[in-house]
Ligand binder design. Structure first.
Ligand code: ATP
Length: 423
């Protein structure tokens, strides 16, 4: 029997685990830490996504806890799960132990109530199928019925059975993600099952939306180009486009995207919502022709808006580069760049080899796009301008002048307006 020292968990989180533990003991329910949290505790990797499985109705238990402690509860009756959120921002996910079976490959599983063993057996890999008891009498005892600990120490990703990737092809992407993130290896037989699943086009049995959700997780990983390259080597990029492979992947561009995203994070307003994964998606499709990109996007489950962004990254890149080289004044660069999405801007920043184009995009992102004029429509109406179109034009010109550094203060703007013959 292996006992894990949970004292290594940050005390704030340990305290929350103890709250659940106490309530589980009062109600005489077996409760366990499970999944990625256990895996990461065992390899001393930081993970604050606490998942607890109980051999009872998780929502009932969560309600009890939320009444006694200052927590908000969000429950998902359809899945038998609940999330407890504390004011500090900490969260714990509670789920009822369950059994799963697949009615057909790629379908969502049919779920029924079970015990901890059933709950661990339904999981993807042995390293993700361990639990740690949190009841007082057995606090810290590791439940490891499938040799997960051994695989974890040997750095192996192993499935439970040969149909695992067929039952749920999203596990293909998960296997590669954990292998690359943790620096592990997909165990030999598991690799054969995985390649068989890829070759039999198992991914086609899952809805594109579900597959994309798991793929996005790869694109959110650090150095995701390594994951993508590995996926390509195993033949698993065909779901994007049949011609996509490790060879067609532009790894240098993907690395450059990583650097541009880092630059963006360090230098730009972080409240701007930028989808990092879309920028990478643009990079992946970069080696395909226009029609191939269109085909790939049409069969993807990307929203219309995201499809347009990605398609435009393909059509606009060279045009924009050419225009920017000719833009002498900052306002000219502003006019060219202001109609692009943030994702396109970061993608172009990563793609261009022209230093002056790079500088223009960086300047646009850090400076030009934040410049605001101090005159507004009311001021112009006060000066006798009544035509809406003319108001818009004047305000725009004021902004361009300010971007070019010709106006600074409100007084400069007033002087400029006085010089114009406004009607
Ligand atoms: P991460 O560190 O990326 O959050 P995680 O292991 O916590 O990884 P999640 O996607 O949050 O992964 O899933 C939580 C747990 O649920 C996993 O550890 C695994 O046990 C189980 N799980 C998730 N997806 C699957 C799947 N497709 N098939 C089987 N089990 C899964």
């Amino acid at each position: 029997m292996k006992k894990i020292d949970l004292k290594k968990i940050p005390s704030e989180f340990l305290r929350l685990i103890e709250i659940v533990s106490k309530e589980a003991d009062i109600q005489n329910i077996d409760a366990y830490l499970v999944g990625g949290f256990v895996r990461d505790v065992l390899i001393e990797k930081k993970n604050l996504d606490i998942d607890i499985v109980v051999e009872f109705d998780a929502i009932e238990l969560a309600k009890e806890i939320s009444q006694k402690h200052k927590t908000t509860i969000t429950s998902y009756p359809h899945f038998g799960t609940a999330t407890l959120s504390w004011e500090s921002g900490a969260k714990i996910d509670l789920a009822s132990a369950r059994k799963e079976r697949y009615s057909r490959p790629g379908a969502l599983p049919i779920v029924s109530a079970g015990v901890i063993r059933d709950d661990l057996m339904r999981r993807d890999f042995t390293i993700n199928a361990m639990a740690i008891s949190i009841n007082k009498k057995s606090f810290g005892v590791l439940v490891d019925e499938f040799h997960g600990f051994e695989d974890l120490m040997e750095k192996k990703i192993r499935v439970f059975h040969e149909k695992s990737f067929i039952d749920d092809p999203t596990r293909i992407l998960r296997a590669i993600r954990f292998e690359q993130r943790l620096g592990f290896q997909i165990e030999k037989q598991t690799r054969e099952f995985l390649i068989d699943a890829i070759e039999s086009d198992a991914a086609a049995t899952v809805t594109p939306g579900r597959y994309l959700e798991e793929f996005k997780k790869i694109l959110k990983e650090a150095e995701c180009e390594k994951h993508l390259k590995r996926l390509g080597e195993l033949g698993g990029l065909g779901f994007i486009h049949l011609r996509m492979s490790a060879e067609t992947l532009n790894v240098e561009l993907l690395k450059s995207i990583g650097r541009s995203l880092e630059w963006f994070q360090e230098n730009c307003d972080l409240s701007l919502s930028l989808s990092r994964w879309i920028v990478y998606f643009m990079g992946i499709l970069d080696s395909l022709g226009l029609d191939e990109v269109r085909n790939s996007l049409e069969k993807s489950s990307l929203s219309r808006k995201d499809q347009e962004k990605v398609f435009s990254s393909k059509t606009e890149c060279e045009v924009i580069g050419g225009l920017l080289v000719e833009a002498i004044k900052p306002s000219q660069a502003y006019k060219i760049l202001n109609r692009l999405s943030l994702e396109e801007l970061v993608f172009f920043l990563a793609k261009t080899k022209d230093e002056s184009v790079k500088r223009s995009i960086e300047k646009f992102l850090t400076d030009y796009r934040h410049i605001k004029i101090l005159t507004d429509g009311k001021d112009l109406i006060g000066l006798g301008v009544t035509d809406g179109k003319q108001i818009k034009e004047i305000l725009q010109n004021l902004l361009y002048k300010k971007i070019d550094g010709e106006l600074q203060t409100k007084g400069d703007e007033d002087n400029y307006l006085q010089q114009m013959e406004l009607k």
